[in-house]
Design a protein around this ligand. Structure first.
Ligand code: KG4
Ligand code: ZN
Length: 357
């Protein structure tokens, strides 16, 4: 269902605009208070990693229950740590899409309840656009146009960024997200969960040239991504083409595992960097923004920086601070500030939506 937004004239002008942001789209219950879109007064995150780790992925039912358990204490802590009272809060913002509906609904219900009881405006936030915003926390007026690469566990997207309110989608994954591929390969290699940081750690001791895994570029001009091919290639490498061979991972040395991790990481980063370069050329971007959980990956950050430095003229690269790469509510409250200024508010019929509108 399309999110209904009311354009209202701005509320009485205050010196500082404090927004309470709420995030429950996946496996982190988060709340934050951010002033004027940039000053982080508090950021509380209750991670569910421990609950999902034995399943090697997120179990929606478990995620939903954990959000219900944590949402109240997390919001209360965010308000206490920010040192604000309800009268100091100007609006309640919540990520209502995209994500697991059973998880999003917990944050949306909490936000609607607070907005109703406290008589505050409600702001609906797109989680992916919020990830993009986290790259602008330290520098909010980039030279435009900009290309934004958002790489997370559920999404891999390239945007044409002209304004915080309407990033234009240039391309996205047609199958697995980059983070999902990291998680699945870590599981094949019997590394820990979540897979991204585990692959990155293992890759440090391996050679990126040890195995030539496929780099799917799709069409010549395509800005879409596909990571299912590389996932299958690693699976066949470890289990044999017919999948009947013994699982070689158990008998592999630490060095062999490290080589697979490094070669896989190099292939994924190659594709992400080349596609971003294509997007930069297509729209004549002057700036590149990087956000999402996979943006924590040092190899990706380094290679993207090299790409930006090597183009003529060089492009400015803005990366989300590490603590705001993975899911958090600071990015939600930060983006909400721009919607607040534009007078874009949701009403109490707001619902969660699994897909990005
Ligand atoms: O943005 P995020 O917290 O959640 C979603 O919106 O999906 O991203 C989580 C994803 C996971 O797939 C995780 O493995 C990946 O980000 N990730 C990384 C790294 N840290 C987290 N991937 C590669 N390298 C990392 N250092
Ligand atoms: Zn995310």
């Amino acid at each position: 269902m399309q999110t209904k937004e009311i354009r209202a004239t701005s509320h009485e002008s205050r010196a500082t605009i404090n927004i309470l942001g709420i995030e429950t789209s996946c496996d982190e219950t988060a709340a934050a208070v951010v002033a004027d879109g940039r000053i982080v007064k508090s950021s509380i995150i209750a991670s569910q990693t421990k609950l999902h780790e034995k399943y090697g992925g997120i179990v929606p039912e478990i995620a939903s229950r954990a959000h219900i358990e944590k949402i109240y204490p997390v919001i209360a802590e965010a308000i206490t740590q920010a040192g604000v009272g309800k009268d100091d809060i100007d609006a309640i913002a919540v990520a209502n899409q995209p994500g697991l509906t059973v998880a999003l609904i917990v944050g949306v219900t909490a936000a609607k309840t607070l907005a109703f009881v406290w008589e505050k405006p409600l702001i609906a936030i797109n989680h992916l656009h919020a990830h993009l915003q986290s790259a602008l926390l330290e520098q909010n007026s980039p030279e435009l146009p900009a290309v934004a690469l958002i790489v997370s566990g559920g999404h891999t997207c390239l945007y044409d960024y002209h304004s915080p309110l309407q990033p234009i989608l240039l391309g996205s994954t047609i199958d697995d997200a980059a983070g999902e591929a990291f998680d699945k390969i870590a599981s094949i290699l019997k590394l820990s969960y979540p897979g991204g940081p585990a692959i990155e750690r293992a890759a440090k001791k391996g050679s990126p040239d040890a195995i030539e895994f496929p780099r799917s570029m799709l069409g010549k001009d395509s800005l879409d991504f596909s990571f299912s091919g590389i996932k299958t290639a690693v699976l066949y490498y470890c289990h044999g083409q017919d999948m009947k061979g013994e699982n070689k991972v158990d008998s592999m040395s630490e060095q062999q595992i490290a080589d697979i991790a490094a070669s896989f990481q190099a292939a994924v980063v190659d594709v992400l960097v080349k596609k971003t370069q294509r997007a930069v050329e297509k729209i004549g971007a002057k700036t590149v923004l990087l956000g999402g959980g996979v943006a924590a990956n040092v190899e990706l950050r380094t290679r993207l920086q090299q790409m930006c430095d090597s183009t003529t003229p060089a492009k400015k690269l803005l990366i989300a601070p590490k603590q705001y790469c993975t899911d958090n509510a600071v990015m939600v409250a930060s983006l909400a500030y721009h919607k607040f200024k534009a007078g874009l508010f949701a009403d109490l019929t707001l619902e969660p939506t699994a897909y990005s509108e």
